[in-house]
Design a protein around this ligand. Sequence first.
Ligand SMILES: [Zn+2]
Length: 395
Amino acid sequence: RDWLISRQRYWGAPIPIIHCDEHGAVAVPEDQLPVVLPVIEDYAPKGDGLSALASATEWVNTTCPTCGKPAKRETDTLDGYACSSWYLLRYGDPKNAERAWDPETINYWNPVDYYVGGDHAVAHLLYVRFWTHVFNEMGLTDFKEPVKKLIYHGYINAEDGRKMSKSLGNVIDPLDIIDQGYGADSLRTYVLFMGPIELDAAWSSKSIAGVYRFLNRVWVLAQEYIESDKSFVGNDAAVTRAQHKTIRRVTEDFNRLSFNTAISALMEYTNELYKLKVDGFSNEVWGEALRVLTQLIAPFAPHLSEELNQELGSEILVQNTPWPLWDDSLIINKTITIIVQVNGKLRAKLDVAKDASEDDIKTLALAEENVQAFVGNKKPTKVIYVPGRLVSVVV
Ligand SMILES: [Zn+2]
């Protein structure tokens, strides 16, 4: 299918062609490239079907490269697609003033490892592949395919599930959302939380409010830590376990572009920390757990993240810190929960080390306050231990 690449507008790359009465359309010689847009006062179309460039007579009137007689420049410009078909090659050699790129440099940096596209991505992909195949044939690249891996993200539809459109009056303006008090962090986090990246999703005013509340919970938790006396150490192992488990989940989710589940993992982590903080905070372990939270949340809520990072005492920006690492051995739960029954009724739960001895577990069980209350001064007739599960006391 043919593709019309000329447009009658100012903003576009000039088409490097000169029209001569005698020689027709003549390509601008390489030593006169690139043809640069002239500065003009009025960009608006005049209604005559010509590009705004046609009025820049000083620029339009030139000489024919072949015969040197008066000639005129092409006044149409290239369609945006013409430039978007190869801009990704220029990124590999952006400061080259001699040519669009040096093939050796480009062959080092390209093809692109990962391309994320949305609107018009199908046509764009077709064109960018076509152009790159041509460049390859011209010896300008040693690869034919411009992109190794490609993902198309879904559309965000209106609250009613239909495509947003001005005529339906259902358009959500991101700036309105920010101004309503949600801020840019909530907006970003919510958009990535809406669902799997490749699927369409409908906007929900209720859900963005939920994301806003989540970010507030993160904020409040950090403030409580900062203001606390940080003297409690009883929950450190559980805090560390939650931290390492979350780093692993979020990292793995990022690697497969599963941002919505990464955010879910951060919500669960925050909930877990809320449960663990009821007895108080320790200094170092909690400090690290919260710094890790600011790092993991940074790609979604960068402003909140940097602010908390600073308040938590860090002197470097989160964006300049390495991504946190996890230790699998710290994720494994090293304790087990043992149920304690007295005469067949549940009276206590014990958290003990996995490798605790039977004698130690029985002693701990009998020492439990609520077990004592039911055993009293009597001597138990039997204390049975079912490994890994329960201690049964019979009186
Ligand atoms: Zn000529």
